[in-house]
Design a protein around this ligand. Structure first.
Ligand SMILES: *Cc1c(COP(=O)(O)O)cnc(C)c1O
Length: 404
């Protein structure tokens, strides 16, 4: 492997806005669940970006789709439509409750569209009073000003001046708080059907059912943010399909493009009609290249064998993490669903998730954190059994180092 001497990590500090603090290594190549850095050091990838690379790196289906489309046409404005966008939209309606699709370029943009649709629908159908958005503490919905305000971490939304109004945050999984608070003024509830960034927190059955029931009672819309949980991540194409509750609007991104930027908002015909001509839009939304890649991703991920494979791989992860915990006693529990798993650190290890990430990196393993005390795993949905074993053995070495 050639060493790219002219590009170094130190340049980040020179030329990049300092809102990130990337690790020292600079990956230059990926294949499946393996990645190599400039020095040729190999890593097993248990992160997949952040739940993005659902088919691993450079999957042939994605490489073919992007190459084929790259030789046809790259871009058209929304003054025209294009074949990949229409094919992808059709497929998304086939794998979900949705009848209509709006394309964006990221999760935040898909959520922005969802929130704007909910507000517009309520204003059209019920009047201007019905504008309250209810969301949940520790929730994450992106970084545009509306979505970050709806997200449940003030640390992310404070300090930017006046916020979009009428947003209420309640505790996740608190049925009584929701019952008490909700009213005819509620326009929509936005939630993740399994909180990702907030620490891999699954909802209780009672909670999701109550949310749906109260939305129906008060004519409020239910928005599921499936940016992280969607596209096979939990072993269902969308996580709602495993919860027995169907939202009115669903946002999807991350794994949808498998590494190519795309997001989408899915909804019903009845709701979609409120975004009339000119009410919303995006220059790159529905871009042919992005849609061609996403179509290839959806084709592979929606196969029953792929989804069943997620459940099998979850078992391997849970089993392996359990064995590591028997050896080192670092986790209080392993939670989540499918390949969206979080190993919560126990009392003694509170606040040390980033230490695990850094030391794992030194052992050739990429993992993520979800808050200060949860180690998160969101690997490729088609990672091989051998790669899972190899990654867990590197995690074993990392934990051995940390335990000292
Ligand atoms: C990552 C994430 C987002 C934001 O997606 P971007 O593509 O970064 O805008 C929104 N919601 C959830 C649940 C996410 O995990």
């Amino acid at each position: 492997m050639t060493v790219e001497k002219n590009v170094e990590r130190s340049q980040f500090d020179e030329v990049m806005v300092p809102c990130y603090n990337p690790m020292e290594m600079i990956p230059v190549k990926g294949e499946g669940a393996r990645v190599w850095d400039q020095q040729g050091t190999e890593y097993i990838d248990f992160a997949g970006g952040i739940a993005v690379s659902c088919l691993g790196h450079c999957h042939p289906a994605m490489v073919n789709a992007v190459t084929e489309q790259a030789n046809k046409i790259w871009h058209l404005s929304n003054v025209m439509t294009n074949e990949p966008a229409l094919r992808l939209a059709k497929k998304l309606t086939e794998v979900s409750f949705a009848e209509k699709v709006f394309f964006a370029n990221s999760g935040a943009e898909a959520n922005e569209a969802a929130l704007k649709l909910a507000r517009r629908y309520a204003a059209d159908e019920h009047g201007p009073e019905k504008s309250e958005i209810i969301a949940f503490k520790q929730g994450f919905h992106g970084r545009t000003f509306f979505t970050v305000t709806v997200g449940g971490q003030e640390a992310y939304s404070d300090g930017f001046g006046p916020k979009p109004g009428d947003v209420t945050h309640l505790p996740y999984n608190d049925v009584d708080a929701l019952r008490e608070h909700m009213s005819d003024r509620t326009c929509a509830i936005m939630m993740e059907p399994l909180q990702g960034e907030g620490g891999i927190i699954p909802p209780s059955d009672e909670f999701v059912q109550t949310v749906r029931e109260l939305c129906d009672k008060y004519n409020a819309l239910l928005i599921f943010d499936e940016v992280q949980t969607g596209n096979g991540r939990t072993g269902h194409f969308y996580a709602y399909q495993g919860l027995g509750v169907t939202p009115d609007i669903l946002s999807t991104a991350k794994s949808l493009g498998g590494g190519f930027p795309i997001g989408a908002m899915l909804t019903t015909t009845e709701l979609a009609k409120h975004l009339k001509i000119g009410t919303h839009g995006s220059t790159y939304g529905g871009n042919p290249l992005a849609c061609a890649v996403a179509e290839a991703v959806v084709d592979v991920v929606s196969q029953p064998e792929t989804l069943a494979g997620v459940v099998e791989r979850e078992a391997l992860f849970r089993d392996g993490l359990q064995k590591l915990n028997d050896k080192y006693q670092v986790f209080s529990e392993v939670r989540g669903k499918g390949l969206l798993l979080g190993a919560a650190l126990n009392e003694e290890w509170q606040g040390r998730a980033r230490d695990v990430l850094v030391v794992a990196g030194e052992q050739g393993l990429m993992v993520l954190v979800a808050g200060a005390s949860v180690v998160r795993f969101t690997p490729s949905l088609v990672i091989s059994k051998e790669e899972i074993e190899e990654g867990l053995s590197r995690l074993d070495k990392a934990l051995a180092k940390l335990v000292g």
